[in-house]
Design a protein around this ligand. Structure first.
Ligand SMILES: C=C(C[SeH])C(=O)N1CCC[C@H]1C(=O)O
Ligand SMILES: [Zn+2]
Length: 597
């Protein structure tokens, strides 16, 4: 009868979940071994382990299918069975599974090991993306030098991945169909458990676009003032290589010469960090201390022993920052190639946020040790970083001597946050709208680059520095495309982190609407145990409940909405509108004169 089979089901799933934990631990160790020492041998080992594990998962899946779990009374038990009844890429036959793993691994290792020759010095050809090209893009103000490195990187990391990517799309779509999805786009979106996910993304963009267009217009004017009309037009898209970042995804590196009130004191965190002899370890210690100040969990001993926080000199590794859960309740790691600057100070908090989430849900069933949705996992660290980057906190830790909080300083501060957070949204939106089209077959290999740049121009208002053709494949020059990492999670994160931040600031008594001494932009939840406990209550849930339940636990809202972000940036929006009116800057952009289709 149903009662007995539900009890049997419970015993079965508890055992299955334990086995799954051991499999995930083994898979993580093999992947760590490869990505922290990229060799052919470690790649073979990793793929061999992945293949063995996929076969074990297939056997377990056959057994799970035998339970009539849809009729079970217990919500959590039904939810666990539902998650285990989706096999994933392991549904592919062995030979195709291996081929898929090799095509992804080929793209990822090409990206991680790509070397570029130096500008005007073709004999020096050992420049990596991190730290070399990243530093050049942060500091150079020579359009020709930036153009050279932009083209070389997109050739080495983008064009070279085209073949592997085409194969990966084909095989990953086959796996999607074996999991009863039409394509990978539908599979990725199913992670958000709402029927209208893509419409929600579009709605949010509609709400944020006016603010973005104002910021885009203002920045284009400041860049035109600096580089001249020949380099930056008055009404066209902004050339992508002039925005301080290889992908133009955040523009924080051009703050120094574009900020609204240049005569206000320069808030150069990077310089202050270097003057104070910051080390990678100090950044991690400070981040850990912030989380502990909220009564959250300290990083365990193994974390400090096993993490890689600086680029090794004796081997090739995947430098792109990552946080790792080894699913044994005690082994958690971060791997990143830290440099001492504001950007990596932020990234450290971002990655520590992932580990804090791991720690908060480590006593959940293995199958629920995940973010409420992928965007939540990306939002934890960034939410803390919103407090850390407040003038109040930077003064507290001695990174700025800070100006009096006058209106101009506040606009400079909001501008600094805006060229990081607002400009990121159309970039993130583009990356997965592009891949949705690829997985659905609306974009074929003959159109990859044309469709990618059409979206970049339409949504982000940027253009490539030079003509592009289908010999290029610029999308893969971004880590997540070469590493098969879904990107809408960051779009969601950059929206919900402002909903989380606003809620935490109110709980901490740091933000009181209408109280000008308790503004959102000045909020720092540091040492607020009340805020920490509220955050912990949400994080502990992992993926055991649909994410609207988790969001409601912290914010009282059940939907992701742009109102948190728009409220935070309201003063900046008003200032930009007035400023663009004053200068008569054209809002928006006409079509690009660069040929890319
Ligand atoms: C830091 C990570 C690792 Se999850 C990352 O990939 N991020 C963090 C912000 C956006 C995105 C990127 O770098 O493109
Ligand atoms: Zn992340």
């Amino acid at each position: 009868d149903l009662e007995a089979s539900e009890q049997e089901g419970r015993e079965y799933i508890i055992h299955l979940d334990k086995m799954a934990g051991l499999r995930k631990n083994r898979a993580a160790l093999a992947e760590w071994a490869y990505t922290s020492n990229i060799t052919k041998e470690n790649e073979e080992k990793r793929i061999q382990v992945q293949l063995e594990i996929s076969q074990q998962e297939k056997l377990a899946w056959e057994e799970t299918k035998m339970y009539r779990w849809q009729d079970f009374q217990d919500f959590s038990l039904r939810r666990m069975f539902k998650k285990y009844s989706q096999l994933g890429v392991a549904a592919l036959p062995n030979d195709k599974y291996k081929q898929l793993m090799f095509s992804i691994s080929g793209m990822e290792s090409n990206y991680a090991t790509a070397k570029i020759c130096a500008y005007k010095n073709e004999t020096k050809c050992d420049l990596s993306l991190e730290p070399d090209l990243t530093e050049i893009f942060a500091k150079s103000q020579d359009p020709e030098e930036l153009k050279y490195y932009w083209v070389e990187w997109h050739k080495a990391a983008g064009a070279r991945a085209r073949q592997n990517f085409t194969e990966y799309v084909q095989l990953d779509n086959e796996a999607a169909k074996l999991n009863n999805f039409d394509d990978v786009a539908e599979w990725w979106q199913s992670e958000y458990e709402v029927p209208d996910f893509e419409q929600q993304l579009a709605k949010i963009w509609e709400n944020v676009k006016p603010l973005y267009q104002q910021l885009h217009a203002y920045v284009r004017k400041r860049l035109r003032d600096k580089y001249g009309e020949e380099v930056v037009s008055a009404r066209g898209p902004i050339p992508a290589h002039l925005l301080g970042n290889m992908w133009a995804q955040t523009w924080n590196n051009i703050e120094s010469f574009t900020r609204p009130y240049p005569d206000k004191k320069e808030v150069d965190i990077t310089q202050a960090m270097q003057d104070q002899n910051y080390t990678a370890l100090k950044m991690f210690r400070m981040s850990d201390e912030f989380f502990r100040s909220l009564n959250l969990t300290a990083m365990p001993e193994k974390f400090w022993k096993n993490s890689i926080i600086e680029k090794p000199t004796d081997r090739e590794i995947v430098c792109h920052a990552s946080a790792w859960d080894f699913y044994d309740g005690e082994d958690f790691r971060i791997k990143q190639c830290s440099t001492i600057d504001y950007e990596y100070f932020q990234t450290t908090h971002h990655e520590m946020g992932h580990v804090q989430y791991f720690l908060q849900y480590k006593d959940q069933m293995v199958v629920f040790r995940d973010g409420a949705n992928p965007g939540f996992h990306e939002a934890v660290g960034d939410t803390i970083a919103l407090s850390v980057s407040s003038p109040k906190h930077l003064r507290r830790v001695g990174l700025t001597s800070g100006d009096a909080e006058d209106e101009q300083t506040e606009i400079n501060q909001l501008y600094k946050m805006g060229i990081d957070k607002i400009v990121f949204l159309p970039f993130a939106y583009t990356l997965d709208l592009f891949r949705y089209g690829v997985f659905r077959g609306a974009t074929t290999p003959d159109d990859y680059n044309c469709h990618y740049w059409r979206l970049r121009e339409e949504l982000q208002g940027v253009e490539p520095p030079v003509t592009r053709t289908e010999d290029d494949f610029d999308a893969a020059a971004k880590y997540h495309v070469s590493a098969d990492v879904e990107y809408a999670r960051y779009y969601v994160s950059f929206i919900v982190q402002f909903q989380f931040h606003r809620a935490l600031c109110q709980i901490a008594g740091e933000y009181v609407p209408e109280d000008l001494t308790k503004k959102l932009v000045d909020c720092d939840i540091y040492q607020s145990v009340a805020a920490g406990n509220a955050l912990s209550n949400m994080l502990k849930m992992g993926s055991s409940r649909p994410w609207p339940d988790a969001m409601e636990a912290l914010t009282g809202q059940r939907a992701m909405r742009a109102d948190g972000l728009l409220e935070y940036f309201r003063p900046l929006h008003d200032w930009l509108q007035a400023e663009n009116q004053r200068t008569g800057e054209y809002i928006g952009w006409e079509s690009s004169k660069i040929q890319y289709c």
